[in-house]
Design a protein around this ligand. Sequence first.
Ligand code: NDP
Ligand code: HEM
Length: 488
Amino acid sequence: MTETSRKVPYTTNNAGVPVESDEHSLTVGPDGAMLLQDHYVIEKMAQFNRERVPERVVHAKGAGAYGFFEVTEDVSQYTKASLFQPGQRTDMLARFSTVAGEQGSPDTWRDPRGFALKFYTELGNYDMVGNNTPIFFIRDATKFSDFIHSQKRHPATGLRNNEMQWDFWTLSPESAHMVTWLMGDRGIPKSYRYMNGYSSHTYMWLNAGGEKFWVKYHFKTDQGVDFLTQAEADELAGTDADVHRRDLHRAIESGDAPSWSLKVQIMPFDDAPDYRFNPFDLTKVWPHGDYPLIDVGRMTLNRNPEDYFVHIEQAAFEPSNLVPGIGPSPDKMLLGRLFSYPDTHRYRIGPNYAQLPPNRPHSAVNSYAKDGPMRYVPSNASMPYAPNSFGGPAADVAHYGKTAGWYSEGEMVHAAYTLHAEDDDWGQAGTQVREVLDDAARERLVSNVAGHLKQGVTRPILDRAFEYWRNIDQDIGDRIAKKVNGGL
Ligand code: NDP
Ligand code: HEM
């Protein structure tokens, strides 16, 4: 073939040097020994051995896409964050995931789904790292690793183990609301496109006048909420383990861009101390009747990543990426997460993960961070320290006005949250069972729980599980016990 008739580019090594062969290593004669000076073969094999980064310790299996967020209403009275100002359109990345399974695990296992968003705002990245549930299993960050250990594989057998799960849940009654959610229809969405996303946590919003509000986010799917039954999910786990990743990719590829409408609940700052539930307890919702949903805008996902590893596997979401106008709340889970994510990214991807394409802000980075493996964007600070006399960046408090904080004092203790008037572990779970689910959904809940308990859960943990459900709702607990015992 002549150079001019070639239709494809020539192969190079990683340094851009043309290689001599895609198919044959350099040998002494056609049958002879391989030669060490074939540096291209060595590069290929060495690079291959290093292709994997560790998978995420949780949320390892997922799918993601790029898109944009448009503000359709005016919420500037509550926040000055640039992405929420009237008429604003902000580029973004989303990644959805299951939690406990590994990279290759089926998309249809019963599990909460991650709902992680990264908004490339004018003042840096804002990450909203939520789930498809408005609540969570625990309310203190110190229990997170224990909780996850109980959901992952048994140390001796290497197998998933329902008994560990029920042991942890029944000894941690704060899990009741979330377990009710998980065992119900929404525990297996039809696909990522058919589920809502929630901040779950309460955050703080600050307006331009320095006024503070508490806020919860609800991203409601415009595709409609839909789910898979346990039987449908079990079958898909065997026939198409990647069904949800495929569904998202195909929809976007065919021009059927999925979207979600953002609504928020706003609580006046001073309502928090006397609200009937602790508004920062992650196991509780704010009933819509108390704080109705307010429309904000819409997010649309319309661009698949051109390289899954680069854009989705190396995406690094971090709840600590908060921008002026948005702050944390005294939720002890959220405060723990502020540390955890950047720490795991430094380990999993490397200390310069923020320079990679999905993580790189679309606004200026004027930081004094320096060096480290794989750093490739030169610093634009003229001197590597602050303060300096050479025109280096200087902090500008004008971006913030007021710090997104709250007044706090007290003796240092290891203690549960102070209880508010209606705080308990079972109440909101019971409301869900009795007032939100219909008869058919309650029957599926009973069947899902009984089916799960029958897979390896033994006494006394089994009896504790019946008691747990009777605390949520006597009738549902009795029906679960009957179904399990009848089947023993
Ligand atoms: P509402 O009647 O106003 O809201 C009930 C909400 O339940 C619906 O808006 C819907 O949330 C959600 N829902 C519907 N079907 C299911 C299901 N199968 N599994 C889980 N959730 C479902 O009542 P309240 O706000 O007073 O809340 C009552 C209970 O509803 C709570 O205890 C909680 O368990 C649940 N819930 C409450 C939410 C909240 O933020 N207030 C959010 C979601 C659930 P959505 O519209 O978000 O899809
Ligand atoms: C992923 C820690 C609670 C949502 C992760 C990861 C860690 C982690 C270490 C892996 C991140 C990575 O490798 O990229 C924790 C800790 C928690 C906690 C310590 C509690 C103290 C929660 C809660 C939510 C949540 C309450 C939802 C409200 C997510 C999501 C991901 C994730 C969506 C996947 C992000 C992605 O798509 O890359 N978490 N988590 N986590 N977590 Fe948490």
